[in-house]
Write a new protein. Structure first.
Ligand SMILES: CNC(=O)c1c(C)[nH]c(/C=C2\C(=O)Nc3ccc(Cl)cc32)c1C
Length: 285
């Protein structure tokens, strides 16, 4: 028996649509990613399997909560059940500001940045939660999101930001092991990916820097009409100043995350300490 009443389609994620659904047992509103696996090749099916195993490891207030999955063999569909985020995605919030000619306040930007940073820190340095009963004990795992962008950050019903869509993410078993291929959004592609195509935690930091820049300037730091020109601009790493309404502190953090040399970029822990210099409180709410 179908456990969920399908409601309207609310967006598109990696591999499929996102639909609002109502759980029949208690009326709870959730989001369901709907994937037709007939159209998936072997590599995409492996990536989907990787997404499931990653979603089972993550349990954090700033990461979209995963409730489970269901395979509909008759219709060749896979459904991933996740937390509903009634505020939609950051991309829509940025578009609304541009349309209205307004800017996000510096306080709002720090509030957004702190939450996404906590989510990314959990991915990079958290401990697996094995919520799906996998047999390994809690161990340190490194999860690379690999597609951090405003379209993949959502505003939850608790007014908290949630990092979502781990459809392109990778679990690294060895800290220094590199994910071999990169498939994310070109605007946010880091310099090392243009030259070497190796992706690691510092590449997520670059994308986070691009996202923070876009929250301020309402446009990405690197833009071009063609990918070759975009690649040249990214490799040069030269960015225009953010609007003068924002502090030097904010601009300095963006510049640090957009250092062309990945070794010069801060880790999530270093960024958290920059935000809370005098506090040694746990970074997790
Ligand atoms: C116009 N659509 C929206 O405002 C919107 C709303 C109300 N929710 C969403 C998206 C999600 C949502 O509500 N929960 C999600 C879980 C995972 C992923 Cl990849 C996306 C979502 C969207 C795109």
């Amino acid at each position: 028996m179908e456990q969920y009443e399908p409601l309207e389609i609310i967006g598109t994620g990696s591999f499929g649509l996102i639909r609002k659904v109502r759980r029949k047992t208690d009326g709870k509103i959730l989001a369901r990613k709907e994937i037709d696996y007939r159209r998936m090749n072997e590599k995409e099916r492996n990536q989907l399997s990787a997404e499931f195993s990653i979603l089972c490891e993550l349990d954090h207030p700033n990461i979209v909560r995963y409730y489970g999955r269901h395979v509909d063999k008759i219709n060749c569909m896979i459904y991933i059940i996740m937390e509903y985020c009634e505020g939609g995605d950051l991309s829509s919030i940025i578009k609304k500001c541009k349309k209205e000619g307004t800017f996000l306040s510096e306080n709002t930007i720090w509030h957004f940045f702190t939450q996404i940073l906590r989510a990314l820190h959990e991915c990079h340095y958290g401990y697996g939660k094995n919520k799906c009963g996998s047999n390994h004990s809690q161990q340190h795992i490194t999860i690379l999101h690999r597609d951090i962008k405003p379209d993949n950050v959502f505003l939850g019903s608790d007014n908290k930001l949630k990092l979502g869509d781990f459809g392109l993410s990778r679990k690294l078993n060895l800290d220094r092991e590199f994910a071999q291929t990169y498939v994310g959004t070109p605007y946010y592609m880091s310099p090392e990916l243009i030259t070497e195509s190796h992706y690691d935690v510092k590449s997520d930091i670059w994308s986070l820097g691009c996202l923070l820049y876009e929250l301020c300037a309402l446009q990405p730091p690197f833009q071009a009409k063609s990918q070759p020109v975009l690649a040249i601009k990214i490799s040069a790493g030269t960015i225009s100043p953010i609007p003068s309404r924002y502090s030097d502190e904010l601009y300095n953090i963006i510049k640090a995350m957009l250092m062309v040399d990945p070794n010069q970029r801060p880790t999530t822990m270093e960024l958290i300490k920059m935000l809370n210099p005098n506090k040694d409180t746990a970074y997790r709410e």
